[in-house]
Design a protein around this ligand. Sequence first.
Ligand code: AMP
Ligand code: SF4
Length: 477
Amino acid sequence: MFGEIKGLNEECGIFGVFGHPQAAHMTYYGLHALQHRGQEGAGVVVSDGVDLKQSKGEGLVTDVLDEDELISLSGYAAIGHVRYSTSGGKTAENIQPLHFRSSTGSLALAHNGNLVNATKLREELEETGSIFQTTSDTEVIAHLIKRAGRGPIMDRIKQALNELEGAYAIAMLDEKRLIAALDPRGMRPLSLGKVGAGYVIASETCAFDVVGAEYVREIVPGELVVIDDEGIHFDTFSEAKNRSICSMEYIYFSRPDSNVDGQNIHSVRKRLGKKLAEVSPVEADVVTGVPDSSISAAIGFAEQSGTPYELGLIKNRYVGRTFIQPSQALRERGVQMKLSAVKKIVEGKRVVMVDDSIVRGTTSKRIVKMLKEAGASEVHVRISSPPITHPCFYGIDTSNSGELIAANNSVEEIQKIIGADTLSFLPIEHMVNAVDRQDASPNCGHCLACFTGKYPTDLYEDSLPPHEKEKLIGVRS
Ligand code: AMP
Ligand code: SF4
């Protein structure tokens, strides 16, 4: 989120609409609300009932689509995608939705998540003659659908989905219908909404608010939702398995105004911050949060501890893709791009700096330094999640344990590396309780693999990055 100071990025966002005369425009606004989930590429595919048309490109939604483009994409159904590549590389052909034409018609796909058996499936498909146009694992799904015989499309889709392992929230569009599917563990969020006589689906409910849609419900694990001229049909392609929604959705990814599984993200994060203040209190003068994702947790920490919340850090929002990155020399002379410490607020103060997570440790280290340079007398770092000790293979860009500071260092060592006066993380049982407000149990409904190393799916050797193979094969919760 912070350009130069954050080394990692978010996953993807999907949006779909059926039964609206300005489907492309709706998708544009929906994707814009999901922009925080991926800034590398964006795309829309529209159906007018006869044909599919597409527009996609690298960059932000506003870079890729303009009014003329949207007007030319006339139709009453559409799907869209904002991308951050966590598999398949950054090349332009991997930008979604992927759009396939065949003698039997067209199909477009937009996918959020990662398949853990994509390499195996791709090899099997290639051995039997499939030729791939992209390196994205999403294309595997299209080939599996095509391969699944000559039966009705919905049967072929079900058969294909049952071959996938991993995390997937998918929107599909053909000439006549919009289809949404969620993996049997529900690892990614996907919601259904209603707009006028039509329907929308989105990775996050914040996209419903901007298009004036009303939230209907979450799409449930293993479910297939089909929307066409006759209405909406609910079906299942697989029995639901142990629910494993990504806990990082609550901690970091989702927008604070979104609701996941009926829980408002800002409220969950506030509870995480409150619990953190309870279990790791510290004498201090001010509490500040790292904008934007940690503000809610910092407010919770301040409320619980009675230490005032202050704007000790300010983010400049207007750093676009083309902003010229300061050279190392300029950076050393104090040129900072996105984040600044507010001197008058932190000078001479004991500051609690709340962040939602530490991945590589780069952000915390820079911010502690920044606060100290601005005159803070002490900086106490409080993290509203447990240490991230294991890589993610489900669509979050933390697939290299060598880069995870907590995989390789103790909390005391991390404290020294980042230069904090004290450092605490939120213990996992408190995190689960704060998200769920229930007792933590092994089947609490969340994926916790990056904190525990207990992966909810099998891991396939062929699909793991080479550096992780030895460490992880055979690991499962
Ligand atoms: P790092 O600087 O590598 O320790 O990253 C931690 C910071 O990045 C925190 O401020 C988080 O808000 C944010 N963050 C956490 N997970 C991710 C992710 N997968 N992609 C981008 N930023 C993240
Ligand atoms: Fe989310 Fe972590 Fe599980 Fe990946 S491993 S899906 S980031 S909880």
